[in-house]
Design a protein around this ligand. Structure first.
Ligand SMILES: *Cc1c(COP(=O)(O)O)cnc(C)c1O
Length: 850
């Protein structure tokens, strides 16, 4: 039956319990165990039934129960304690306040834009890793006191909920989310909702702004589902990654352009200082740069100066090394969208996303390319991903070595208070008073002093929590699928004493969900071994349009449906944060077998490691950087095998044999008390070694010191006049560059030279209209590969120059050769200006002709 009207019925809390509403509306409860315990104690049964959602709990709790609690002095005292604790958390001086006191460079505020945010399942606005990362970024920023403001969209149906049909094919549901039942506050001014407008193909799209409070960090979410919009436009924010390209473009226009406007409105209403740094988390948010340029032009700057003023404060993070994963639009669509985005000249907008380099497609508008052009600072999300990205986008910086491509890396991290099992977190606590000293509040070496028995008992409890959750989900799924036969086997599915392996991630093909099914008989032997069995918990969603991903899931589900398998290998539908939080701690081993190097970072293995699970992984993403035999096993990547099927076969073979010969024996090697001392050492070492590295707080500090601070300095250090001068200099250098030539270059001595001996280099360079102040002429040395290409280069500037007239200059330098072996040298001219962050910034370089 269809409802006539939606009513929002709010609970009335007795006066003494009114702080519960405040606690429920700040998402900090989602990573604060004591606050969760407080809500649980309101009504433990209802807490479970309400899916651990405080607002739902308060909406449904019996008023009589609230009356009883209001008169329970101990409960009321707990409520005020938690309220005081939140107030203290919100106002305390934290890491960033100390950092800013010593670093006047630190920005007053940072805008962090992302298409998805996975903060909590009560706000399901994420599809997978990217969103969870953004959520963890905000939470860690909150814990550190970093003045970030999140900007995203509020999708009325979020991402889909996954179930399975009887044949194991993924089904998608899109339940409607009710903002008034979520911890969101509508942004209002003088009692009416604040709205922003963005131009959409000549129409005007409006959106209202919801604010979620993530600890200290506000998260602004734009929502187009309002009456002022046409029916079609109301659906712009209906689903995350839902529709076709048109729909996605509309969402990205709203996120980027509307997002900046929402940020301005929110600053006006709240009195918060304007951000000095704008961080685009992946290409989706890239249009924010266009809006910032428009603002600068509205203030009277020309396009070029406005671009300079925008670039300095923009940070861009790229998240995928899979070329098909890069966000691109038909150029014609972008052309129609920005035909009238006055005063920005259309051809300049189009040029920002043009793939005008070797191998590029001129019919495409590339959001990542625009991200690099609009952001003076850019990064990938692990060391390896940084390298791959420099290679992948090197076409934007011709004439430079890939090592010089200005894309750095900051390795992702995960928010430990969210992801570490509460029992383990308790053991890692520092003695009172010492938390202040440790930057992340916990002692990652604590387990080294906890006896093996205690650790092993705790691990069993974590596994038991996973088993309980898995059986509940399994039984719901089996009923819903209408599978024939009984369900009593479910009570035997999984065993808290058995070696447990986990594999959960999006159904993207490069992640190779079904690699473990390569030799089914061998896997079944491992699962059903009479004395040393293993069990595997699998989960993951495929994008609704990805039939390949869905068929991988189906293969897995059908395998898990086999009677001789189902008690040892389970597929749990609807992978989400609440499942993940029990899954990682319950696993002994986390499996990860992507096709290297397509996993940009991967964070699930980090969450597993923080819970003492060993990683069994291809050396890809973060594991390439921090792989350590004390914390797990490498599956060597068989990249040298060109045939994909043979490569899979080789990597699957290693996967099985590591499990069989290394993982299983170590897990089942017990002392007289039944404790696997060797395995407990693995748990201790995993947490000691990886604990401090894989944290989101480490990541956010790296962003602050490595990117946000320098961006703020650059932005503050460039006023309108300087921007104009810089833009004019760039125009002059670009115009004059075709005349720049290296006419002649040589070095003293013969073919054979002694290491450390200074060599003299000379070069004749034609600079045309440009002067020696505009350029740096460099001696570039490096190793020579077989094709006479220079590798691992170092560049050093020539020290003196003399005028030969007619725009020609003679450069000379005495430089020692520092490395032995087969070395080569050449001469290169690059632009030089104190405001360039790196010499490669303009993508201009001239080498000798030959
Ligand atoms: C951590 C997490 C992911 C991302 O995992 P990857 O290893 O990056 O693939 C996806 N979904 C959920 C629910 C997660 O918690």
């Amino acid at each position: 039956m269809r409802a006539l009207r939606r009513l929002n019925v709010h609970p009335v809390l007795p006066e003494a319990l009114s702080p519960l509403a405040t606690l429920a509306r700040n998402l900090r409860w989602s990573w604060h165990t004591e606050t969760q315990e407080l809500f649980r104690s309101v009504d433990p049964q209802l807490w479970e039934a309400a899916g651990h959602d405080p607002l739902r709990l308060l909406a449904q709790v019996d008023p009589a129960r609230l009356q009883v609690l209001a008169e329970d002095r101990r409960f009321v005292r707990q409520v005020s304690l938690r309220e005081a604790d939140l107030a203290e958390y919100l106002s305390a001086d934290l890491w960033f306040q100390r950092h800013a006191a010593e670093n006047p460079a630190a920005p007053a505020a940072i805008g962090y834009f992302s298409a998805e945010f996975g903060v909590s399942d009560v706000l399901p606005q994420y599809s997978g890793g990217l969103g969870i990362l953004a959520g963890d970024h905000l939470k860690a920023a909150s814990d550190l006191g970093v003045p970030i403001v999140g900007v995203g969209l509020l999708y009325r149906h979020g991402y889909f909920r996954q179930s399975l049909d009887a044949g194991g094919w993924q089904q998608e549901r899109y339940p409607l989310l009710d903002p008034s039942a979520m911890p969101l506050t509508l942004l209002t001014a003088d009692g009416s909702p604040v709205t922003v407008e963005v131009p959409l193909h000549g129409r005007t799209l409006q959106a209202q702004i919801w604010v979620a409070q993530v600890g200290r960090v506000p998260l602004l979410m734009l929502d187009s589902d309002i009456e002022a919009n046409s029916e079609t436009d109301r659906h712009v924010t209906d689903r995350l990654y839902g529709g076709g390209a048109d729909h996605r473009l509309a969402q990205e226009v709203l996120l980027g352009i509307g997002g900046v406007r929402a940020l301005r409105a929110w600053c006006r209403v709240s009195g918060h200082p304007a951000p000095e740094v704008y961080h685009a988390n992946e290409g989706h948010a890239g249009f924010l740069g266009l809006e910032r340029i428009r603002e600068q032009m509205a203030a009277g700057h020309d396009f070029d100066s406005a671009l300079e003023l925008t670039r300095t404060g923009n940070v861009f993070t790229t998240h995928t090394p899979v070329p098909a994963g890069i966000d691109r639009f038909d150029r014609a669509m972008v052309e129609s969208q920005f035909a009238d985005f006055a005063p920005l000249p259309l051809e300049r907008v189009l040029a920002l996303g043009a793939e005008d380099y070797e191998g590029g497609d001129p019919s495409r508008f590339n959001m990542a390319v625009m991200g690099f052009r609009l952001g003076q600072r850019a990064n990938g999300v692990s060391r390896l991903h940084g390298e791959v990205s420099r290679e992948m986008f090197s076409g934007l910086w011709p004439g430079f070595d890939t090592t010089e491509v200005p894309i750095g890396s900051i390795t992702n991290g995960v928010h430990h208070p969210t992801w570490v099992h509460p029992a383990l977190l308790k053991l890692l606590e520092l003695p009172a008073g010492e938390e202040e000293m440790a930057p992340d509040g916990y002692d990652w070496d604590a387990l080294q002093h906890v006896d093996a028995d205690t650790i092993w008992t705790m691990k069993r409890r974590m596994r038991a929590d996973l088993v309980t959750m898995a059986r509940q989900r399994l039984s719901a799924s089996v009923r819903q699928r209408g599978l024939p036969g009984g369900t009593e086997w479910i009570s035997r599915a999984l065993d808290p004493g058995v070696l447990t392996l986990g594999f959960a991630r999006r159904g993207a093909s490069y992640k190779r969900l079904t690699l473990m099914l390569r030799d089914p008989e061998r896997l079944i032997r491992l699962l059903n071994h009479p004395t040393t069995p293993i069990q595997i918990v699998v989960a993951g969603k495929a994008h609704p349009a990805d039939d390949t991903g869905k068929s991988l899931i189906q293969q897995m589900v059908r395998f898990a449906d086999r009677e001789d398998v189902r008690e040892r290998l389970v597929f749990l539908p609807d992978y989400d944060i609440s499942m993940a939080r029990l899954l990682y701690p319950g696993c002994d081993v986390w499996m990860n077998n992507p096709l290297r190097p397509f996993e940009a970072c991967g964070t699930s293995g980090m969450k597993a490691a923080l819970n003492g699970a060993a990683n069994l992984s291809i050396r890809d993403g973060w594991w390439d950087e921090w792989s350590d035999p004390r914390c797990g096993w490498d599956i060597p990547s068989a990249e040298s095998i060109a045939d994909p099927d043979q490569r899979d076969a080789a990597e699957a073979e290693t996967l099985y044999s590591i499990i069989e010969n290394q993982v299983v024996p170590r897990f089942y090697d017990r002392d007289v008390n039944g404790v696997p001392q060797g395995w407990v050492r693995l748990i201790r070492d995993t947490i000691s070694v990886l604990g401090p590295k894989v944290l989101a707080s480490r990541m956010v500090r790296d962003y602050v010191t490595g990117l946000y601070d320098p961006a703020a300095v650059a932005a503050r250090g460039l006023d309108g006049e300087q921007a104009e001068a810089l833009a004019a200099w760039k125009r002059r250098v670009r115009a004059g560059w075709p005349q720049v030539k290296v006419l002649h270059a040589e070095s003293s001595g013969g073919q054979s030279v002694e290491v450390g001996r200074p060599l003299s280099f000379t070069a004749q360079v034609h600079l045309g209209e440009l002067s020696p102040e505009d350029v740096e002429v460099q001696v570039v040395t490096g190793d020579l590969d077989g094709d006479d290409e220079l590798r691992n280069i170092t560049s050093r500037a020539f020290t003196s120059c003399s005028d030969l007239g007619d725009g020609t200059w003679r450069y000379a330098a005495e430089l020692p050769v520092r490395q032995t072996g087969s070395r080569g040298f050449t001469v290169r001219v690059v632009p030089s200006h104190p405001r360039l962050s790196v010499a490669a910034e303009l993508g201009l370089a001239t080498l000798p002709d030959h």
